[in-house]
Write a protein that binds this ligand. Structure first.
Ligand code: SAM
Length: 224
């Protein structure tokens, strides 16, 4: 496995209050135990990244998404769900859920994303929160989560194609007896017929600016 670190993102760190196109270390509103490097202005940072990479993409990892913050909150408030267990955070973005699981006492936490920048951001965020994560870059959705005893998904049911693949993946995870927990702010793609709502939080202004209209976010889990 290649060694992943946050080094590729160090050049984006905001050094002065006048900068607005970089990353700033902030405490998360709904998970104040954790600090993450988030964009001062995700749109401006996106433009900067796209110019560098000479392609277009959305840097999800520059936000801690509402579904991820809710799931991180739930895991920290219910550490027994992960304590001593092998955990996989799929679609980790900046790593909020993986970091919460490690803080809650998981035996081993693997954080996975298809975006190499997300993996670098997660490495950097793990460091500032003093937790150790195993990082895996790539698409794991064709599998069944390997030996993970708990699979966590924060805010990754945002489009129908990904949601279909994610749902099939999570079915295979539960079929082999592992636990699944999902954080979602009602984006409309979560398979609620086999995941049940464990907790709903009333919130405002959590996560990305474009999510300012979200007022409720839920944590759903498999019945096992
Ligand atoms: C809305 S963000 C959520 C990030 C994080 N879980 C959170 O709550 O802040 C969705 C993430 O899914 C990742 N993603 C999309 N398709 C994926 C796939 N097939 N496998 C792994 N990650 C994927 C994106 O790169 C992005 O980082």
């Amino acid at each position: 496995m290649p060694q992943l670190s946050g080094a590729p993102l160090a050049r984006f760190l905001t050094s002065g209050a006048e900068n607005y196109d970089g990353l700033r270390l902030v405490r998360l509103p709904f998970v104040p135990e954790l600090r993450m490097h988030l964009a001062d202005d995700a749109i401006v940072l996106q433009a900067r990244l796209e110019i560098e990479a000479d392609t277009t993409f959305y840097p999800f990892w520059t936000n801690a998404w509402a579904g991820g913050q809710a799931l991180a909150r739930y895991v920290l408030d219910h550490p027994e769900l992960v304590t001593g267990r092998r955990v996989l955070d799929v679609a980790c973005g900046g790593g909020v859920v993986a970091i919460a699981a490690a803080r809650a006492g998981a035996a081993e936490v693997t954080a996975n994303d298809i975006d190499p920048y997300a993996c670098a951001a997660t490495a950097m965020n793990a460091d500032v929160n003093a937790v150790t994560l195993r990082l895996v870059e790539g698409d794991l959705l064709g599998g069944d989560g390997g030996d993970a005893e708990v699979v966590l998904v924060g805010d990754a049911f945002y489009d129908s194609n990904l949601a279909t693949r994610m749902a099939s993946f999570l079915r295979r995870v539960t079929d082999r007896g592992a636990t699944v927990l999902v954080g979602d702010p009602g984006r409309g793609h979560v398979p609620e017929h086999w995941l049940r709502v464990l907790r709903s939080y009333r919130i405002t202004g959590l996560g990305a600016a474009e999510d300012s209209g979200i007022t409720e976010v839920s944590v759903l889990g498999s019945a096992r």
